[in-house]
Design a protein around this ligand. Structure first.
Ligand code: DP6
Length: 345
């Protein structure tokens, strides 16, 4: 059987509330994590495929990012596809032309492996669906395969809130894949805002993958993994009770701990910029003075994620007009909790 066609998915980024930082084995997390799935920050991936049944010489691919051929990314994708061809042998019979672009500006300092890898995996599973005439795509499998490409990508597959990593607080949780986690959560968290404030658009000096590896010898490693477990229990409780104060305390502690771990690595490194610190101070002062539930978190980079409930959208405007002055070229990506990946027909 020979088959040709085009598949296309749009998949979002996500922001971790309790962070995955440290891994072992084949992309397994040293602690559980929980995240908001975003909406506006997404990757759009389209693949023209040709399936030639009796030729198993391995996939061939061409890859273009933002309209330009990109050999380095193409090689990474090829390595990843080869690494999962034991699970999906049809991959060895594919010729692929992959085109991908991000909704956020290329130079925003947001390199989202979560959105790009989950979009790629969903496209590959759509191809499998066509070849095998499957009725639907198994999201657990999509999460598992996305994890093998990039840990945080495992969580982007699900709408709103996802948990990845075994934890006693989420019965069906696993290190192998993420699970959606909505049951019992206060709906105030289902349309939370996340405005991404760009403090630097420069490429990171240390990649996340290198950062994870440094956790192996971090003297605070075991205390950190215990803390993350405890934070999972506490944040889930706070999210069930709609307890914004506790939620915010844990989220901010997680963000600062992540960066403290980087500073305590060997060699130590700093990804925060002076404006990151100025923004943190402005947010904390505003919250105290105005009594508005607005909090920050950070990724493995200098950009601030400003988190607040939808009902406080108006209240936060004054703060945002201050913060925008501290952003590179006044750049903010306004995002919110979203509905997960979408297949584009
Ligand atoms: C700080 O998922 O990018 O954003 O598995 O090596 O691809 P790899 O790492 P990645 O790490 C994300 C780290 C984080 C926290 C998080 O998203 O949980």
């Amino acid at each position: 059987m020979n088959l040709k066609g085009t598949v296309c998915w749009k998949s979002p980024s996500n922001i971790a509330l309790v962070k995955y930082w440290g891994k072992y084995g084949r992309q397994l997390p040293k602690n559980p994590s929980i995240s908001f799935t975003l909406s506006n920050a997404h990757t759009f991936t389209e693949i023209d495929y040709e399936y030639v049944e009796n030729v198993n010489s391995g996939p061939t691919l061409e890859f273009a990012f933002e309209g330009e051929s990109n050999k380095a990314f193409g090689e990474k994708i090829l390595n990843f596809l080869n690494s999962i061809s034991d699970e999906l042998p049809f991959i060895n019979s594919l010729n692929l032309n992959i085109r991908s672009h991000n909704s956020f500006p290329h130079s925003s300092g947001i390199a989202s492996s979560a959105s790009s890898m989950s979009a790629l995996v969903l496209c590959i599973l759509s191809i499998e669906q066509k070849i095998k005439s499957l009725s639907e795509i198994d999201l657990k499998k999509a999460s598992h395969l996305s994890r093998l490409a990039s840990g945080s990508a495992s969580r982007s597959v699900f709408e709103k809130i996802a948990v990845w990593g075994k934890t006693e607080f989420v019965p069906d949780s696993s290190n192998e894949f993420a699970v959606p986690y909505l049951d019992g959560i206060d709906p105030i968290f289902f349309d939370f805002h996340d405005d991404i404030l760009i403090a630097s658009a420069a490429e990171k000096s240390v990649s996340s993958t290198a950062g994870h590896a440094l956790m192996n010898d971090n003297p605070y490693g075991s205390a950190r993994f215990q803390q993350a477990n405890d934070h999972m229990g506490a944040i889930i409780k706070a999210m069930q009770n709609g307890d914004l104060n506790t939620f915010g305390k844990i989220v901010e502690k997680e963000a600062l701990t992540l960066h403290a771990l980087m500073m305590a690595s060997d060699p130590p490194y700093i990804l925060l910029e002076p404006n990151t610190i100025s923004m943190i101070r402005a947010i904390q002062t505003f919250r105290k003075e105005k009594n508005v539930p607005v909090f920050f978190t950070l990724d493995a980079g200098p950009n601030i994620h400003l988190l607040y409930p939808h009902k406080n959208l108006e209240d936060v405007k004054a703060l945002k007009s201050e913060l925008i002055k501290l952003c590179i070229d006044g750049r903010i990506i306004e995002d919110h909790v979203g509905n997960g990946p979408k297949q584009i027909k």
